[in-house]
Write a protein that binds this ligand. Structure first.
Ligand code: HEM
Length: 423
């Protein structure tokens, strides 16, 4: 009985994290992103837009959306492995409340400028406490059956744990940065170079390794891929760490080469582009699921190649921007759309995905929109083809439609009764 109640608690909690994450994805994240792109396209320069607005959009997407999903799934995973009946109910709900408030404050302070000297550091401290509560719960976790615990940690576990520590590091650095900004800054925007370094820390230090870790764990089952090569995956992770350090030291050419090597090695280690060795488990998801997983990795390589190109050839932010978009939308959002629609229905109360067709269309439109944006952004921003400015906003509308379809599908799933309660 206690086990059932613990399971219900964790399902409600993960649902809360997913719901708030999707809200941040839709409104402060994507709508602001679309608005920003329309503004940039009208003025025909990236410099026309407030840096605080750009940063607010990035924060809402990285921490508000994907960060909320990571915390929710992280807490949920603890119940699946807990030996005692002690799901950290209080810590988990406090973490959700503080995290959600912190993200909302960061966005409000950045976009409206209202009381930003108070809101920004306050948001930083709330996010940090929320993250510490999660971290403490993980440290207290004991395996369900210590007798069957593997003698050595598998590569995917090592990478997920390292990414969890990097999450804490990123949120801590963010807190100090917000405090410094509030004391000495003149606007709610971080200096450009430091902001870009923080984006790299969050994206490459936290999100990409988390995806690789869970891909290593799940894709052999979900997509039928050959079991990952743990050593190669760990080397790829080591290259990421070296690249992030290189970015902070401003050795950008070295970082670009290391990112590309890391991506290629991870693709090889995960056997993403090799034929599957067993049938994929496609019940209740669209049959194109393995295809879209492979496409996401194409974006990872495109992003790294553009990054390397940008080091010497970027003059107006167009090639950097395209590289970042290929990574955040093509790889990260593409992966969250595919894996999320595969696992979230079960995590949120043993439900079934509402519509496999919506899943397909959300993924297809996301990748079409991303392809448009990544092609057009360098052409427009770098003044290679001025007509591209007129086409760029369409990429944002296509991506917006994809995001809305994804949200409708998850909301539809949550509104329908769980599979075992259906007539
Ligand atoms: C879905 C539609 C999206 C649109 C229309 C959009 C639009 C934009 C625009 C116009 C910029 C300004 C820089 C540039 O011109 O390249 C930007 C920056 C950024 N975006 Fe997006 N974006 C979207 C999705 C995402 C997603 C899903 C993520 C992350 C998961 C993301 C993360 C970022 C980050 C980190 C920045 C840099 C912020 C900074 O400089 O601090 N975006 N985006």
């Amino acid at each position: 009985m206690a086990r059932v109640s613990m399971e219900r608690h964790s399902q409600r909690l993960v649902t809360a994290f997913i719901a708030s994450g999707m809200l941040f994805m839709l409104l402060p994240g994507t709508f602001l992103g679309v608005w920003n792109l329309i503004g940039i396209s009208q003025q025909r320069t990236l410099n026309s837009l407030s840096a605080a607005w750009l940063q607010a959009h990035g924060q809402a997407q990285i921490y508000g959306w994907v960060g909320s999903f990571i915390l929710g799934i992280g807490f949920y995973s603890l119940t699946k492995m807990q030996s005692t009946l002690s799901f950290p109910v209080c810590a988990a709900w406090t973490s959700w409340t503080l995290w959600t408030l912190g993200i909302a404050m960061r966005w409000t302070g950045g976009v409206t400028g209202w009381q930003w000297r108070i809101l920004l550091p306050l948001s930083g401290v709330l996010q940090l406490i929320a993250c510490l509560l999660f971290y403490r719960s993980v440290r207290r976790h004991r395996p369900a059956d210590p007798a069957h615990h593997p003698p050595r940690r598998e590569a995917w576990m090592v990478i997920v744990i390292a990414a969890t520590i990097a999450f804490l590091v990123a949120v801590t650095v963010n807190f100090f940065a917000m405090t410094h900004l509030a004391l000495y800054g003149t606007s709610p925007a971080l200096p450009h170079v430091f902001d870009q370094q923080l984006v790299v820390l969050a994206v490459w230090g936290v999100l990409v390794p988390t995806i690789w870790g869970f891909n290593a764990r799940w894709l052999p089952v979900f997509a039928g891929f050959k079991k990952p090569d743990g050593i190669r995956l760990l080397v790829a992770y080591g290259l990421i760490v070296a690249s992030v350090v290189a970015v902070f030291l401003q050795w950008l050419p070295i970082a670009a080469v290391l990112f590309l090597l890391a991506a290629l090695l991870a693709i090889d280690a995960l056997h993403v582009w090799q034929p599957a060795v067993q049938p994929a488990k496609l019940l209740h998801v669209h049959k194109t699921f393995p295809f879209f997983i492979r496409v996401a990795y194409v974006w990872l390589v495109v992003s790294c190649a553009l990054d390397a190109l940008a080091v010497r050839n970027d003059h107006a932010g167009g090639i950097w921007g395209a590289s970042r978009h290929a990574l955040t939308v093509g790889f990260i959002a593409g992966m969250v759309f595919a894996i999320g629609q595969r696992v979230l229905p079960a995590f949120c109360g043993m439900r079934i995905l509402w519509s496999t067709r919506l899943m397909f269309w959300s993924l297809l439109l996301l990748h079409v929109g991303c392809a448009l944006r990544v092609t057009l952004e360098p052409l427009a921003y770098e003044s290679y083809w001025m007509f591209a400015w007129k086409l760029l906003p369409y990429s944002a509308f296509v991506e917006l439609t994809a995001v809305v379809l994804f949200a409708i599908n998850i909301i539809g799933t949550l509104l329908h009764p769980p599979a075992h309660l259906r007539p």
